[in-house]
Design a protein around this ligand. Structure first.
Ligand code: NAD
Length: 349
């Protein structure tokens, strides 16, 4: 394995730990990017990687992303990420989970884990039996935590409204045409908020029946999944896949605003400039989709009530406006500005 600090994604991470427990079948990495603002929060990914360098690169890249996301969400949390290197059959035994919990616990709270790809809600409960440094456990009545989807959808809705005001000069969402790619947990929740506010909706999902059912409920229009990126609308809201803003899609966009909940929407950093060059207002993904992490983090940090979560989510439009203000003043595209603001917040600006 290449030394982590020799990999391109190493960004002066505070610590990178490797754990091996052959009896339990565990090989795991915990990457701690920053604890400047608080314990390094970030989920655990359970994945079969082509080689250890790919796993390390993922841990480094994702932990830095969590630093930025948590900072821009206004949370007292740093950024970290764990990766468990699964075998090709993705075998996950109770012994492996228990060994991983011991690894998390050994950090004494510098790293706080959560769910990510390949880790279920039940896995989180099981990890919680071996360490208290775990977030996303089932919520108490009226408390923060639980499914992050509705909180993410609320934040994206508020962010879309802010983008409509900024990009179209409209205070009212009524009659504004929003095209939503992916109507699962986040996109579906967003569609319901927007429908209630009187927006005109066009929906698309790879699962056509899902889009059709929601459209019937909300009085929306449905298009094929392959057509949503080129639809003429006021706002495109990507709520499905990453890397959908790319060399191929950006020239074909027919919207003045892109604001949605999907992670990693820009295929490469330079696509932020390409979107800006087309005169399209972009809401940086990790800022607009922070509602879910706010929900999970406030449960861990404060055992907060849901009302406190919603109050914090209500700050997302202000953060987006600050980004767009600086973007207008400097000419730098919004994603670049968001990264720069995050770096300052974690003491690296
Ligand atoms: P989900 O699985 O509930 O929904 C995703 C939907 O997108 C599904 O209905 C799926 O059929 C559809 N889809 C997949 N590929 C598609 C395509 N090519 N065209 C159209 N539709 C397609 O997932 P989710 O939790 O709603 O997450 C959606 C996005 O938001 C992901 O990028 C996720 O990483 C991001 N996100 C989610 C949360 C959260 O709290 N759930 C938080 C932050 C970011």
């Amino acid at each position: 394995m290449t030394a982590p600090w020799m990999l391109p994604d190493f960004d002066d991470h505070e610590a990178v730990h490797i754990f091996r427990d052959p009896a339990a079948g565990l090989t795991a990495i915990i990457a701690i990017h920053s604890t400047h603002l608080g314990p390094a929060g970030g989920g655990t990914r359970f994945w079969h990687y082509v080689d250890p360098n790919a796993a390390m690169t993922d841990a480094l890249r994702l932990s830095r992303g969590m630093s930025y996301k948590n900072a821009m969400a206004g949370l007292a949390m740093g950024g970290g990420k764990a990766v468990i290197l699964a075998d090709a059959d993705l075998n996950k035994s109770p012994a492996l989970i228990a060994a991983f919990a011991r690894a998390v616990d050994s950090q004494g709270g510098r790293y706080v884990t959560a769910q990510d790809v390949g880790i279920s809600a039940q896995d989180i409960i099981d990890i919680g039996k071996g360490t208290r440094f775990v977030s996303g456990l089932p919520p108490r009545a009226g408390g923060a935590g639980g499914d992050p989807g509705p909180s993410t959808a609320l934040g994206v809705f508020l962010g879309v409204k802010a983008a409509i005001k900024r990009g179209l000069g409209k205070d009212d969402v009524a009659g504004v045409h929003v095209a939503i790619q992916g109507v699962g947990s986040v996109g579906g929740g967003l569609a319901r908020h927007l429908a209630k506010a009187g927006a005109k909706l066009t929906l698309a999902d790879r699962d056509a029946a899902r889009a059709k059912a929601l459209a019937a409920e909300l009085g929306a229009t449905v298009v094929n999944a392959e057509d949503i990126m080129t639809i003429e609308a006021d706002v495109l809201s990507p709520c499905a896949l990453g890397a959908i803003l790319n060399d191929h899609s950006i020239p074909a966009l027919k919207v003045p605003v892109v604001a949605g909940g999907a992670n990693n929407q820009l295929a490469r950093p330079e696509h932020g400039a390409a979107v800006q060059a087309r005169g399209i207002l972009y809401a940086p993904d990790y800022v607009i989709n922070a509602g879910g992490i706010i929900n999970v983090a406030l449960q861990y940090l404060d055992d907060a009530d849901h009302a406190a979560v919603d109050a914090k989510i209500a700050g997302i439009p202000d953060r987006l406006n600050a980004i767009w203000d600086e973007s207008a003043a400097t000419g730098d595209h919004p994603a670049m500005v968001a990264d720069r603001m995050a770096q300052k917040l974690i003491g690296r600006g």
